[in-house]
Write a protein that binds this ligand. Structure first.
Ligand SMILES: NC(=O)c1ccc[n+]([C@@H]2O[C@H](COP(=O)([O-])OP(=O)(O)OC[C@H]3O[C@@H](n4cnc5c(N)ncnc54)[C@H](O)[C@@H]3O)[C@@H](O)[C@H]2O)c1
Length: 247
């Protein structure tokens, strides 16, 4: 029996990358899924993979930074499955640039999606979890939220905010049997890293003690652990998954 048998999980940003890998990992553990992304049709491939694993799936569209859309998406998911046991706040963006050159728009966009989006989904879903008196929330932060990065002050601030939001909501919701944890991924192999020049990749690898980039599946497996009862006494924690890059 899987870790998440008879559970329903909502995953934001599930169309591709880490979100898609999380969808497959949670479905493998037996969860039915509410997949969320900016456009529901982008979720077709993820939904097909989940269905092939024998799980039920509903695809909802929402911009996580828009409160009305988030409320409507959560309502749609609950109408389908009747409950939400797990929330994974994964949707996130970057708009990099040095602080002195960063526009107000790029600051606002990253903070709105990464931080406010996590707040809005947490608020909407924890209302349901509070009634159920159980739930697990996993927020995808970043090592950049722990150590900072030149050229990513908006992203770093958003992810540091996600970490602080995780700890605060963990304290608020623990009494209702709702656990809230964060994962801080390091450098994860993605479309972005594929195109980096070999010299840049090698320099980055030098900073990783385990001498490999992470895979989306590395984050997905830890998400499944934090979503299920094997982590039943863990809340308010930030688990760094970076091959030892950040200790
Ligand atoms: N890739 C990495 O190396 C890495 C490292 C650390 C943390 N992360 C974090 O992991 C998460 C996933 O990253 P990824 O690399 O898979 O990114 P990605 O760009 O491949 O996927 C992000 C998904 O989020 C969706 N999305 C974007 N804005 C949205 C919005 N406003 N509302 C709803 N959905 C939205 C996108 O459509 C996409 O499907 C992000 O929070 C990211 O910050 C990634």
């Amino acid at each position: 029996m899987g870790l998440l048998e008879n559970k329903t999980a909502l995953i934001s940003g599930a169309a591709r990358g880490i979100g898609r890998a999380i969808a497959e990992a949670l479905a493998t553990e037996g969860a039915d899924l509410i997949l969320c992304d900016l456009k529901a049709e982008w979720l077709e491939d993820t939904a097909a993979a989940v269905t092939a694993l024998g799980r039920k799936v509903v695809c909802v569209s929402a911009d996580v930074s828009n409160g009305e859309q988030v409320t409507a998406a959560v309502k749609q998911g609950v109408e389908e499955f009747g409950r939400i046991d797990v929330l994974v706040n994964n949707a996130g963006i970057t708009k990099d640039g040095l602080m002195m050159r960063m526009s107000e728009e790029d600051w606002d966009a990253v903070l709105s999606i990464n931080l406010k989006g996590t707040f809005l989904l947490t608020k909407a879903v924890s209302r349901i979890m509070m009634k159920q008196r159980s739930g697990a929330i996993v927020n995808i932060a970043s090592i950049i939220g722990l150590i900072g990065n030149a050229g990513q002050c908006n992203y770093a601030a958003s992810k540091a905010g996600v970490i602080a939001l995780t700890k605060s909501t963990a304290k608020e919701l623990a009494g209702r049997n709702i656990r809230v944890n964060a994962i801080a991924p390091g450098f994860i192999e993605s479309k972005m890293t594929e195109v980096l020049p070999e010299a840049v990749r090698e320099k980055m690898l030098d900073a990783i003690p385990m001498k490999r980039f992470g895979l989306a599946e590395d984050i997905a497996k830890v998400t499944a652990f934090l979503a299920g009862e094997n982590s039943g006494y863990i809340t308010g924690q930030v688990l760094t998954v970076s091959g030892g890059m950040v200790m």
